[in-house]
Write a protein that binds this ligand. Structure first.
Ligand SMILES: O=C(O)CCC(=O)N[C@@H](CCC(=O)O)C(=O)O
Ligand SMILES: [Zn+2]
Length: 348
């Protein structure tokens, strides 16, 4: 029997198995690949793979790679599933322990960002809030946190987490990563090189801890974590996967333990931005003056009115500011968008 037949249903791959069982509490299944790699399906959409202990791990690292935390962001799901299929077919050999996650299977099946609550606001303990009590997405976020905690306890050194997404809007910078805020933390050079290798030429430094998956793994597990935006949201089967070869090649290189490649373009090519202002839906009187169809990284001139409510307004400050993730359709108290500006250096 093939390893994939044991982990999934016969003739199914990981994604098919995940979608077919998205509301089933699947039991844990363990198997071994012909090369000795241990493979554990911890739950629906959660796979842990560990090379034999005598195999070198040249980059001395462990990886958490997640996709599908938003169910309609399908390209990264297809990328990750493709890597799992190659690995289980023996096309290359795993060098480091990996925890691979398809975040929100019911939303993936529905083709929606989420079912009841945006799962990428439920991490870092937020799943325990009263308002989310009893929601399957809160239970899933809690489960994923625990799976990551256990993985991190076994592999505490050089743990990295890449949470792969695609954006709702088009973007003037197609691929960009967000670095969660942790006081005093600076972005390691090797991570910048990896982003460039993956074709991600823009980095946005977050300004405060959040309730995203990457913020959780960064703050709690001390991982080097990034939310990586790889293009635009499209339904399953409608992605041009040739636009995602950068990330899949770079992740395959990391998983198979090959050495880092010198950055092309050179490291200085990484454009770095910082958050100037986080726009929050303040309630009934909140008015957002950014049009619905504006692209990420659209720049606004000093003095432009961005939002107002009964008590205050926000205008762009002395230098231009760009909008990222504009979305007026979020619950009161949640993020409507970020205003950002270029930053001269990483400070690292
Ligand atoms: O395009 C959008 O408006 C959202 C795309 C998306 O899901 N982005 C993540 C970013 C998470 C972070 O800030 O690290 C999200 O909103 O959850
Ligand atoms: Zn997303």
């Amino acid at each position: 029997m093939k390893a994939s037949d044991c982990l999934f249903d016969a003739h199914a791959d990981w994604l098919v198995n995940t979608l077919a069982n998205c509301t089933n509490p699947l039991p844990e299944v363990k198997t071994q690949l012909p090369d000795g790699t241990r493979a554990i399906r911890r739950a629906v959409g959660v796979l842990e793979l560990c090379p034999p202990t005598d195999r070198p791990n040249p980059n001395h690292e462990a990886l958490i790679i997640s996709a599908g935390v938003h169910g309609n962001e399908t390209a990264p799901i297809e990328v990750l599933n493709g890597l799992v299929t190659e690995l289980l077919n023996g096309q290359w050999t795993l060098a480091c322990p990996v925890l691979l996650i398809l975040g929100n299977p019911p939303a993936m099946l529905a083709g929606d960002r989420f079912i009841d609550a945006n799962m990428n606001r439920l991490f870092h303990g937020a799943h325990g809030k009263e308002e989310y009590h009893g929601l399957p997405e809160a239970a899933r976020a809690q489960f994923l946190e625990e799976a990551c905690r256990q993985f991190a306890a076994q592999h505490p050194h050089n743990l990295c987490h890449y949470d792969l997404h695609t954006a709702i809007r088009p973007s003037r910078r197609e691929k960009f990563a967000l670095y969660p805020f942790v006081a005093g933390r600076e972005v390691p050079r090797a991570q910048c090189d990896f982003l460039l290798e993956a074709g991600v030429e823009t980095l946005l430094l977050q300004h405060r801890e959040g309730t995203t998956f990457s913020s959780f793994s960064s703050s709690v597990l001390k991982a080097e974590s990034f939310t990586v935006e790889l293009g635009k949201v499209r339904p399953f089967g409608q992605n041009d996967l040739s636009r995602f070869t950068g990330i899949s090649t770079a992740l395959r290189r990391r998983m198979s333990g090959l050495p880092p490649v010198p950055p092309t373009p050179p490291r200085d090519h990484l454009a770095v931005f910082e958050v100037v202002h986080e726009i929050i839906n303040s309630g009934d009187s909140f008015r957002f003056h950014v049009p619905d169809d504006v692209a990420n990284f659209t720049e606004y001139a000093p003095g432009t009115l961005i939002w107002e409510d009964a008590e205050m307004e926000y205008r762009v400050g002395h230098s231009p500011e760009s909008i990222v993730f504009p979305n007026r359709n979020v619950p009161v108290g949640q993020r409507v968008g970020l205003l950002i500006r270029p930053r001269q250096s990483l400070g690292a």
